[in-house]
Design a protein around this ligand. Structure first.
Ligand code: ADP
Length: 283
């Protein structure tokens, strides 16, 4: 388990405020920190990675202390077993995919194994500039996996990619998290992304935790009664024997509606109300 309790004074657009955060991450959990731009998400990740120092608090990984302001312990980034993936892939441009991985850890057997697992083996002798954005980001992930990080920190990792690639990579990221038995912490302001990836969400605002819960508890709004009809896209389906429950994104909000079995993830739908019941039509 990872325990994080930190405070740091930040200088935001509207003056100073305290980043004041206290939470834990279970092993193998995929946790998301969600919040508006400027709320302190990136700073939190940088503090965990050791790239910035908190004013007070502690960070502890399975009993190992990374940071403790009282005991004056502050391990440098290279002594923290943390994998960091940013929005811009940060690969070494003068090295091939393979060399990029070996730079992280000089173990060819492991590099082969990881490249095969993430289906990049065919690209191993290519240079980053010959790869698409999505491929480069997968290489960045593969490189981070070379060192078996205690935690994978993802800072808006997919936001530079266009929507269709982004959607595919979200699936892939989820699989990598599972197949490599990772513990992951993503910061994002993309609700759909967080909904798809995270087991649990911490909602922060101006440096403080506002809500913690499962994505559906944090994001899903109950449709209000009255006249309404709008277009949306199905982003998740929970199956049961008799009916399915779909999560639909409409104008940046998520709603949950019972649907019949024909509705699939990715369908564009029209949601309306008949009587007091929501109805849904494929468009
Ligand atoms: P987010 O990732 O949620 O957009 P950031 O963590 O990047 O938010 O930044 C939150 C605010 O804190 C910003 O206004 C930024 O200028 C400020 N900030 C970032 N780092 C520091 C620092 N080391 N000292 C003081 N203020 C900082």
């Amino acid at each position: 388990m990872i325990k994080i309790k930190v405070r740091k004074k930040l200088f935001g657009y509207n003056g100073e405020f305290w980043l004041d955060i206290d939470f834990e991450i279970e092993k193998n959990e995929f946790l998301a920190v969600f919040g508006k731009s400027g709320s302190g998400k990136t700073t939190l990740l940088r503090i965990i990675a050791g790239l910035e120092v908190a004013d007070e608090g502690y960070i502890e990984f399975d009993g190992k202390v990374y940071f403790d302001s009282k005991k004056k312990i502050n391990l440098p980034p290279q002594k923290r077993n943390v994998g960091f993936v940013f929005q811009n892939y940060a690969l070494f441009p003068n090295m091939t995919v393979y060399q990029n991985l070996l730079y992280a850890l000089n173990d060819k057997k492991k590099a082969d194994e990881i490249l095969k697992k993430v289906e990049l083996y065919q690209l191993k002798d290519r240079y980053p500039y010959t790869l698409s954005g999505g491929q480069q980001q997968r290489v960045a992930l593969a490189r981070v996996l070379m060192r078996n990080p205690d935690i994978l920190l993802l800072d808006e990792p997919l936001s530079a990619l266009d929507q269709s690639i982004r959607s595919k990579l979200q699936e892939e990221l989820k699989n990598i998290h599972k197949n490599f038995g990772l513990t992951s912490l993503i910061v994002s302001h993309d609700m759909v992304e967080v909904f798809k990836l995270a087991d649990r969400v911490i909602l922060i605002n101006q440096g403080k935790i506002e809500k913690v819960g499962k994505p559906r508890d944090i994001f899903i709004e109950k449709p209000v009664s009255g006249k309404f009809s709008f277009y949306g896209e199905v982003i998740d389906i929970k199956e049961s024997d008799i009916f399915n429950i779909a999560v639909i994104e409409v104008n940046g909000s998520l709603i949950e509606i019972i649907v019949d079995k024909e509705i699939k993830v990715g369908d564009k739908v029209l949601v309306g109300v008949k009587g007091f019941n929501p109805v849904i039509k494929k468009v």
